[in-house]
Design a protein around this ligand. Structure first.
Ligand SMILES: [Zn+2]
Length: 233
């Protein structure tokens, strides 16, 4: 009975260990680490993108303002508002100067857009990786929950079995066993007497001790004089 109890406790220890060391824990940590790294990478890219996009927007707004100015001047020029040829020439030259400024700005906008492109591609790439990472994380968390639930079912079954066994073994024996197990650990709390050797520490027990142990009533527990394990005989 003690051997069975010990086996159940060993299984419980193994289950707890398996629960704590499920591979999903490590995998989740890795995916989360990757997520942090991608987030930092994205922050860096976004700083560049923000500056470039701002510069594009500012230039586009300026171009819009110049276009409005040109339209206004052109309509004044050809709408008959300006009658003096000298004023007309001056206005014509102003329109040309604004157009040149507009052309410069438009070239700059194209340049800025070309600068934006690789960063935008990088941004999209990082977002794609993050989305894959997010899915992987959800899958792993599901797998982990399933694996944990399976172990919990097993733990409950073993605990039920152990409770029944405890009832059969009686309080005194279980208390003795528990005390030994706390002191010695799962594998060595109980030893089977093999010939004149203890199954827990494998040491030989003296003939006198063996004789004394064999004389004990069968319901009285005996301990190995060498290691203290409960001897099954
Ligand atoms: Zn022993």
């Amino acid at each position: 009975m003690l051997v069975q109890l010990q086996e159940l406790d060993t299984r419980l220890s193994q289950l707890s260990h398996r629960y704590a060391t499920l591979p999903e824990h490590q995998q989740i940590t890795e995916v989360q680490g990757e997520e942090v790294r991608l987030g930092e990478q994205l922050d860096t890219v976004m700083i560049e993108l923000k500056v470039l996009r701002r510069s594009q927007i500012d230039r586009e707004a300026e171009v819009q303002g110049l276009e409005d100015k040109i339209a206004k001047s052109t309509s004044a020029l050809y709408g008959g508002e300006i009658t003096s040829p000298k004023d007309a020439v001056a206005m014509q030259s102003e329109i040309e100067s604004i157009s040149r400024r507009q052309a410069v700005l438009e070239d700059q906008i194209i340049e800025v857009m070309e600068q934006i492109e690789p960063f935008a591609l990088e941004e999209a790439g990082i977002e794609a990786q993050r989305s894959v990472g997010g899915e992987t994380l959800r899958d792993l968390e599901e797998q982990l929950a399933v694996a944990q639930a399976e172990i919990e079912v097993e733990q409950r079954a073993v605990n039920t079995e152990r409770a029944q066994l405890e009832e059969h073994a009686g309080e005194d024996l279980v208390a003795l066993y528990d005390r030994n197990r706390n002191r010695m650990g799962d594998h060595t709390a109980v030893g089977r007497l093999v010939g004149s050797s203890c199954g827990a520490c494998f040491l030989g027990i003296s003939a006198v001790e063996i004789d004394r142990i064999r004389r004990l009533p069968s319901n009285e527990p005996s301990e190995c004089p060498e290691c203290g394990a409960l001897l099954i005989r």
